[in-house]
Design a protein around this ligand. Sequence first.
Ligand code: GAP
Length: 513
Amino acid sequence: MTAQVASNDRLMEELVGLCKRRGFIFPSSEIYGGYNGFFDYGPLGVELRNNIKQAWWRDFVHRRDDIEGLDSSIIMHPAIWKASGHVDGFSDPMVDCKESKLRYRADQLFIAPVHLDGESVGYVAFLEGADSTTIYKRAKKLRDLLGRKQSVLDENQLSSDPTEFTEVTAEQSAQTLGPDATEVGTLTEPREFKLMFETKVGPLADDSATAYLRPETAQGIFANYKNIVDTGRVKIPFGIAQIGKAFRNEITPRNFIFRSREFEQMEIEYFIAPDANWRELHRAWLDTCIDWLVSIGLPREAITEDIHPEDKLAFYSQATTDLMFHFPHGEQELWGIACRSDYDLKQHQEHSGKSMEIFDEASKSKYVPHVIEPSLGVDRTLLAVLTAAYCEDEVPNDKGKAEKRTLLKFSPKIAPYKAAIFPLLKNKPELVERAQAIYKKLQRRWNVFYDASGAIGRRYRRQDEIGTPFGITIDFDTIEKDGSVTLRDRDTCEQRRVSEAELMDFLEAQIEG
Ligand code: GAP
């Protein structure tokens, strides 16, 4: 039995298909043709999602003494977004194509120079992550447009250092063939595009009623920091954690649920003394976050660190490192871990007129704390989990013939169903009755599945495809001999007989251990 992962190009396609077919994720509003940047989670998706959130909450809130939970409102006083800088600054540079009417983020759009017979003739624009074949095809398109089909295209020049569109001059832009254009010079200069969704609150329709759907959960934490300091028993260092929806009018939502317009975040603001060794604490947070990702089943080797260069950091930021994951569309940000100094609290102190100081018993001093912010997307974590879990192999079918199998190797901790219970035959009441009894018993503790229909091999295969880690089969030995059941492992297909007591201990260790 040899396992293999689909090639990167095919993997995303397979994942999207599997998620739709088996009820993990659907495009939003599909009966009306879909709605770009929005997704709905089906019966299995919602379980996986909830399991990821519960694991995060358990590990970062329940199992730590220094972090408290919060659930703040999605729509908050608009002054919060003014103070945080989002009203004036939360935007992306955007480029429009005058011909195709498509819009691109300038920092995700690149140009490459096209040389024909050794002479520079213009540029082709392409999106971040485009492969060399796509870029080459666009260069050939430009060559044809220029009426030089016979000219030799220099592939080395094409793959040499691409330029981000934010750095492109007007002269270069005028000679550029856009990613979806059929003529050159159709791309506009980058313009700032506001990312916050606006709404109106109350009966008035004028500007005074303008409010925003939160683009991050973090500001709800800063806005409640005072309440938690005043009502809790927190002492520095301590954190406030929140899981909740965030909304961004992304210019180019893409790569399935990787970048969407409605998504969920799991954020912590970890407050520290201004003179604390933030470099050490930042490193400790990075390690904790990596360990957590590994604990839910992501391979350590698929996680890397992207340290933001100092000259690209916001003026208030001391350091930011993104944990990157090897998604099907390339190495991309999964978890941002930033040292944000005392900027946010000081902004709210200034705009609200309320003191954000805390009295530190240990040092007998009063100060506005600094903050380390680990910020993780639920949907991106789910995509990472799906990417890591997707696998194809060959196993013998009921007749012993090798058959292709698709499986999701979810960790039992986050798998939607923890186990599936099968009576060997559905027309034998004694088997069905025993299987139902075991099913009901397990169902009291975990989300488990009961399936009596079809050949046993097909039933196993259906569960493999949705990532159920264990199969439990009740056969005649169960009722006529010692009460033991067959326990099958999803990944190895190995089967062994266990007693009911052993079964419970085994499942508990695997799911909750
Ligand atoms: N409070 C800091 C903050 O929001 P961010 O880097 O903009 O920082 C944090 O977002 C995390 O939220 C990202 O690392 C990613 O996991 C997730 N995220 C951000 N934008 C997203 C989007 N449009 N779709 C899905 N997830 C997103």
